[in-house]
Design a protein around this ligand. Structure first.
Ligand SMILES: [Mg+2]
Length: 239
């Protein structure tokens, strides 16, 4: 029997977040660090990786609100290019970053076909996006790509107050889809948040492994797919 619900991660599953992120970071950095240049922005991005990750973790676990997240991110950039973290520079960084991110968003070529395949299945499964991120940013990106119209619901951690891989997050997705865990499939690129989280809650999970990497854990290797299209085929044929 095909899956009755298919849940998709968003960033780096349906769209090239990593590529868009590079572009957006460069736009933000160039706006607040005049003369930084392409090599400089690459260095700056690498230098900010760890502190940005820490800020992100604090944000998704509820320790920071969205304004504080952006203030922290901009501060890391500004301090490294020798500028004070003035409120107007923080805002300038945020504005340039978010505008560039939105302007550069594209679905992966296989993602449109995958959604089309799922929407054409009989019976049609419930399709939903399960994404960790700030409410306004993620919602704006989803709308920009038309994913709000192509899916039944979009569960954004920033709206819900819990995030992948927490069980409460996946339980809420199952509740909204009105299907039991055994009839739902999670498709995502992140072994910890997408795959381990879904499996802990009893869902099937397909690891989107575009790069053909070995399974890093945790647990036994899950079913994997080289594209979202292949992952959707698995969900429709195997569950
Ligand atoms: Mg992802």
């Amino acid at each position: 029997m095909p899956a009755r619900a298919i849940f998709f991660d968003f960033d780096d599953t349906l769209h090239d977040f990593t590529g868009s992120f590079r572009h957006a970071f460069a736009a933000g950095a160039t706006a607040v660090c005049p003369g930084v240049g392409p090599a400089g922005t690459d260095q700056l991005r690498e230098a900010c990786r760890e502190p940005w990750d820490e800020l992100w973790q604090a944000f998704v676990t509820g320790g920071l609100d969205e304004d504080a997240l952006w203030a922290g991110r901009a501060r890391e950039v500004l301090e490294r290019c020798g500028r004070a973290a003035e409120p107007e520079l923080i805002q300038l960084f945020r504005d340039h970053y978010t505008r560039a991110m939105l302007g550069n968003l594209r679905l992966f070529p296989d993602a449109s076909g995958a959604l089309e395949l799922a929407r054409g299945a009989k019976p049609v499964p419930i399709l939903a996006i399960l994404t960790n991120g700030p409410r306004s940013v993620q919602r704006q990106r989803l709308q920009h790509l038309g994913l709000d119209r192509l899916t039944s619901f979009q569960l954004i951690s920033g709206e819900l107050g819990v995030a992948k891989p927490q069980r409460a997050y996946f339980a809420r997705a199952l509740e909204l889809a009105a299907v039991p865990a055994r009839d739902a499939v999670m498709i995502g690129d992140n072994p910890a948040t997408d795959i381990a989280g879904a499996r802990d809650t009893g869902l099937h999970a397909v690891w989107l492994n575009r790069a053909g990497l070995p399974w890093p854990g945790p647990g036994e290797p899950p079913p994997e797919a080289p594209s979202v299209l292949a992952a959707v085929r698995w969900a429709l044929d195997t569950v």
